[in-house]
Write a protein that binds this ligand. Sequence first.
Ligand code: ATP
Length: 587
Amino acid sequence: MTPRVELSKKQEEIVFAENGAIYVKASAGSGKTRVLTERVRYLLDKTNKKVLALTFTNKAGEEIKERLSDISEIDNRVFVGTFHSFCQSILENHGNLIGRAQMPHIFEDESDRLELVEQAIMQTPSYAEIYKNKSKQNQIDYRYSVLSFISKVKRELISDSELGQHTTDDNLVLIYHNYREILDNQNAIDFDDLLFLAHNLLVNYPKTAALYRRSFFAICIDEAQDLNNAQYQLLLALVNGEFNNIIMVGDSNQSIYNFNGSSPKYMDEQFVHDFDPVAVIKLNENYRSSKEVLLAAKKIIPDESDISETVKEGIFKIHCLKNEHDEAQWVVDKINELLTAKTHDDIEGEITLEKIAVLARNKYIFNQLENLLTENNLPFYYKMTPGMIRFESDLMKIFDLSLRVRLNPLDDLHKQRLLNYLNIKNSENMNLESMIPLVPDELVQNLILLVTELHDDGSNIKQKLESFRDTLTVNDENEKNMIFNDITEILNHWHNYAKKTDNKSLHQFKNAMALGKTHPLTQHSGITLSTVHTMKGQEFDIVFIIGMDDETFPDYRAVRSGGIELIQEKNNLYVAFTRAKRFLYVT
Ligand SMILES: Nc1ncnc2c1ncn2[C@@H]1O[C@H](COP(=O)(O)OP(=O)(O)OP(=O)(O)O)[C@@H](O)[C@H]1O
């Protein structure tokens, strides 16, 4: 089997390694994703079984799939996706075993979950009064702290009988149980439940785990430094000590999700202990960055990446500016200077906006820069974690709520929100049909009617939404544009979902959207603005890192707490630096 891309000797060693557990410790830009993709290609050539490739972002998964798209029937040969989507498919296919005959609906939005937390608090008589007497800010803080406890319990797979070991607060335990009950009653789950329930299923139904195990020839895990306990335990439950054709590829210096319970210890220590790898291979050659960028990255973390003779020289510069305005102005001037120069020996092809990214620790740091870029007619786009659509128009917000209620009549949370939107009082047996005559606005009436007329398999969603759009009469041009954009966006998501799904359903579509699986892999135009966390796995010729001042980056909370949190900030900066292929400017 010949790989489709050029590989180094070291990379070949990994791609063509014998079966068995393999641990690849790789530094930034050393070709982890490339190696993993070629390994999958090689393995598929050796077997008729499937390969399971687990990634940490949908984008990484999509890229791997795209690079393997020349293999016939590729969708039936590999499962490439995130842990969450793998768990979703386990629950979709076998959820009946744990009393989930119908796949629950995913409540993906944090604000939804915070609202449920508040309901759970109100249903806890021993705490409700105390909560009501808190200041608004303290209530908000408390809701967040409860949500973080709930998430931790699920991520750490803590059973009910062990809860007492993790908190001395009996009220918190009661609120946790109430929250779960509220979700159950609405046939809903949150993200953490996907792993929690799928793990539970595989542990309690070992025959199902065996079924999966037998269908896979190998398991490949990318960015393994991001594993958390639930994910690692899921892997253990899946293999059950009977399967070890597993390759893990990761870089502990790029571990930046400790706040989510991730730790490189799962690959560095646990995997090595539990699977006793036949090979531990280091991958150190850097194929991405210029010499100057690599030397700068090594000052943050003296890693083992190899600065080979052939890399381009590149640029690394730090500029100290007086305030945010001067900083933004400097970045804009530098971008204009680069664009005017058009070319540089170190950069392939013309210097375009698309080759430039500006990174910062947090989103708010971009405020000044966004204004100046707009004033200077420099197009940019803000890179978001792909996920659900944020509808801009009121009409399509109503569509989204109505669709949720239509698909899940038990969904009281969104039903109540819809009723509030429509200014209708809730009453017993209220459903979409009974809401329609109570809505004064004809356009909204038609939209809700449209939702009730959608086929379960979504076969008429395109036609229905297009004809709604084409006959739309809205006087306000802005509102009309927003509605058009929203409709186009949801139809793009539908198209993306439909083209890769055999047994389509609106219910499954909604869950796939919640998991960010339907996001179109579009090439954006303009300069990319992004936080460091969202830039994982990406690369740009020219990178600016702004807001590099005390308390901002590193984040003041990490500075105060020190320890692992401060180390994570250092890793964050290392990830940011190593996104640059040629030029790196820090301000
Ligand atoms: N053997 C090779 N020859 C030429 N280019 C390569 C080779 N291997 C990888 N590259 C290129 O190097 C860059 C980094 O590769 P890749 O994204 O796979 O690295 P990575 O280790 O996953 O990076 P990171 O973890 O820092 O995101 C890509 O542009 C890739 O195409």
